[in-house]
Design a protein around this ligand. Structure first.
Ligand SMILES: *Cc1c(COP(=O)(O)O)cnc(C)c1O
Length: 482
């Protein structure tokens, strides 16, 4: 496809503006440019350009998107509509923190407060903040809270423990707060090795960060024991709630011994994924950590809403105002829409779908941890890679078959990892079609693994240098002069 600049033809345009009624006589000449190289294009060609460009997008609304760990949930359209009502979208954020204006945004504050309460009910926490803007941002906020807590006790702790299956953001968040990261290997069951943990757990440890179910899609059966061990040396338990979708309404991290959690609303409560843009990673804590929560904060006090704008112990601001209210609003509506039973049912279906796919495929692909999974399952394509079709090649093949590839090469502890997360909303027909497509691919490797190097054939660019594409992003058009 051509760039819009390449479609430009001198003299064409797609607009009609009235004559300017402002005199430009006094406009400084040095600020006026006549050499602006803007594309010149007719209205129809402009419309076609952007519509065709949009059709190159891959999305949950168009195709199956089983990206493990990232949970590409369907976002119900009614959430978009409701969150765009002018009564919400036209509110100025300053209304929320100027005491004389608060009454004019009580509805929004009430939603934030109710959402915090619902989050606490689902996760077993006592208080929450909606201010962090993404999962990783929630982690950073949570670890800052833990750090402030230990400092308030004059306890000098220097380490944070994570399992080797953890998401890369966990060690990154801990080290951004200044902690040394200690990684505990997983055992043959795919869970944190408790004996290894014992060796590293001492009064230098500020927190143990866990994802449960973990990134192998497996429930950590020893989680209560791990919590008790951590607490016995004064360390806190941090819950990475990116995978809460698997257990919401069923198990509460707070009841498992976790002290601080964050939730990825985009992987749990049907809000759009940020893509670096607007997201939300609300954080919940147990009562003894309440004072450390970021400001501003809204809470209910004797039935009326109070906005807390300053607090001695608070870690301070982590975002402007209350983070991304429009995203929190969608998450609130999602929970309201599903209700008590719907939330549970959603988790059950997510787990059922993943186990269905896992059981259908395990005859064909190597399953390193062969036990019931939660919301996702992780295969190893190491055998296929030996004959010339790696996890990357399988992923590229799926693009041509109209499926988004699963997550590959993560978690790092599985060789040639191939991590499938169907989510709760997919039909049996879609799952069957996906499974059949993978089985076809396995047969193809037996016949002629070489052909895999040619996929994808249906995309504009087949195999970019992915590192270069991410590091040397060129977003400015420059005409090639030949
Ligand atoms: C997605 C994810 C994160 C990070 O969340 P973002 O919203 O992308 O910052 C952290 N941990 C796990 C396990 C995840 O899957």
């Amino acid at each position: 496809m051509k760039l819009i600049f390449e479609e430009s033809k001198s003299g064409r345009n797609s607009f009609n503006l009235p004559e300017s009624d402002v005199s430009l006589k006094n406009f400084p000449v040095e600020l006026s440019r006549s050499d602006v190289d803007l594309p010149e294009i007719s209205e129809l060609d402009l419309v076609r350009h952007f519509v065709n460009l949009s059709r190159l997008n891959f999305s949950v609304d168009t195709q199956f998107y089983p990206l493990g760990s990232c949970t590409m949930k369907y976002n119900p359209k009614i959430l978009e509509k409701a969150s765009n009502t002018p009564e919400f979208s036209n509110l100025h954020p300053y209304l929320s923190i100027l005491p004389e204006c608060k009454d004019r945004c009580n509805g929004a504050l009430e939603i934030i407060s109710d959402f915090q309460d619902m989050l606490c009910e689902i996760t077993g926490m006592d208080c929450a903040t909606v201010n962090p803007m993404a999962g990783a941002h929630g982690e950073l906020t949570g670890i800052m809270i833990i750090s402030s807590y230990h400092k308030s006790k004059n306890s000098k702790r220097t380490k944070v423990i994570v399992p080797d299956s953890s998401h890369g953001t966990n060690p990154a968040s801990a080290s951004m707060v200044g902690y040394e990261v200690v990684t505990i290997p997983s055992n043959s069951e795919g869970e944190m090795d408790v004996n290894e943990l014992k060796k590293h757990l001492d009064t230098d440890v500020a927190a143990v960060m866990m994802t449960c179910p973990n990134t192998l899609g497996l429930f950590e059966k020893n989680i209560k024991q791990i919590s008790e061990m951590a607490h016995s040396v004064g360390a806190l338990m941090y819950y990475d709630g990116a995978n809460l979708n698997a257990i919401m309404g069923k198990v509460r991290p707070g009841d498992l011994g976790f002290d601080v959690i964050h939730v990825n609303v985009h992987k749990t409560f049907g809000t759009p994924h940020g893509g670096g843009g607007p997201g939300a990673g609300p954080v919940g804590v147990k009562k003894f950590l309440e004072d450390f929560l970021p400001i501003p904060r809204v809470k209910r006090d004797n039935g009326s809403l109070v906005v807390i704008s300053s607090s001695d112990k608070s870690i301070g601001h982590v975002s402007s105002f209350f983070g991304n209210f429009a995203v929190v609003l969608r998450a609130y509506l999602y929970i309201k829409l599903l209700g008590h039973d719907g939330i549970k049912y959603s988790a059950e279906m997510a787990v059922l779908n993943a186990n269905y796919v896992m059981n259908k495929l395990k005859k064909y692909l190597k399953l390193p941890y062969d036990r019931s999974c939660m919301h996702e399952c992780v295969f190893s394509l190491s055998e296929m890679a030996k004959v010339g079709a790696s996890a990357l090649d399988f992923a590229k093949y799926l693009i041509d078959m109209d499926f988004h590839p699963p997550t590959i090469y993560f978690p790092l502890i599985v060789k040639e990892a191939f991590m499938i997360e169907p989510t709760e909303t997919e039909s049996k027909e879609t799952l069957d079609k996906f499974v059949d497509t993978i089985i076809d691919a396995v047969k193809l490797t037996e016949q002629n693994a070489e052909v895999f190097k040619e996929f994808p054939k249906t995309t504009i660019i087949s195999r970019p240098d992915e590192t270069k594409a991410a590091r040397d992003l060129i977003v400015k058009y420059e005409k090639v002069v030949s």
